[in-house]
Ligand binder design. Sequence first.
Ligand code: PHE
Ligand code: CO
Length: 284
Amino acid sequence: MEALSVAAQRRHPPPPGAGADWTIPQRWSQYSSDEHAIWNLLFRRQQAQLEDRVVAAFKRGVQALGLGSHGIPRFEALNERLNALTGWSVVAVPGIVPEEIFFHHLANRQFVAGRFIRTLAQLDYLEEPDVFHDVFGHVPLLADPAYARYMQAYGEAGVRAPQGPILGQLARLYWYTVEFGLMRAGEQLRLFGAGIVSSNGESEYALDSPEPLRIGFDVQRTMRTDYRIDSFQRNYFVIESFADLVRLTADADFTDLYQELARLPVIPVGTRLPTDVVFPPNRH
Ligand code: PHE
Ligand code: CO
C-alpha cells in the first residue's frame, strides 16, 4: 500500500479524532437499535425494488458479502469477506473527504464510507452519503473483479492528475459510472450506479421514466457532461459490461483525451447530440 505523502498530509490536516488519512473507527457497538432498524428497513425496501432492476454482479456481491437485514454491517466482518474476494476494504471517515485523500484510498483499494445513518425523516433524501448509501450502494460491486479494477484505476488516475480541469472531468466520469451508471442487458437496461441503487425513487425513474436521456457510454461525452446534484438525473450513460468499461478507461491512455477535452465546452444536462446512441426506457 502506498502511504499518503507528507505533502498531502500537510495540505489536508484531518479533523480532530481522525487519522492522518482521515479514517476513524466505525464504533459499531455505538449504533442504537433504532439505527439498525433503519438499515433493515432500507435494505428490505431496496432488495425488493432492485430484484429485476440491478445488474447481476450487484446481487452476487450482496450474497457473497453476507449483506442483509440484520442491522448495520460491522466493517471488520464485511472486510474479511471483501478482502478475500478482491483485496478491497471499507474504511470509515467523518464525512466528505478532500479529493486527494479520496483518490489515495481508492488507489489502495480502500473505499471510504460514512459511518452515520440517516434518520427516518431523511429516508428518501439526504445531502451527505451515509452508511446505507456507501455500503449498500457501493460495496457489493467491489466484490466484482472487473469493477474492483476500474475503481482502483480511477483512484490512480486521480492521484496522477494535476490540479485543474482534469479533476472536473474525472469527477463527471465517476458521477456517470460509479454513482449513476446503467448497463445494457439484452433488450433491457439495468442499474449499477450506487446513487441510483440506494435511492428508492431513482431506481424506478432511471429505468422506467420517459423523461431522462439514456445515452450509450462514451468516455469523452461522459467527461464533458455537466450533472445535477439536487434532483434525479436528466441523462444517464449506458455501459455494455464492466470489462468494457475497464477497456475504455483503465486500459486506455487518456493523454490525448485530456488534450482534446481542454478545447471542448461542457455539455449542459439533458442535451441530445446527433452522435448519441439513445436507449428507450425499459418495457414491462
Ligand atoms: N487509463 C487512464 C489514463 O491513461 C486513467 C483512468 C483509469 C481514468 C480509470 C479513469 C478511470 O490516464
Ligand atoms: Co456514492
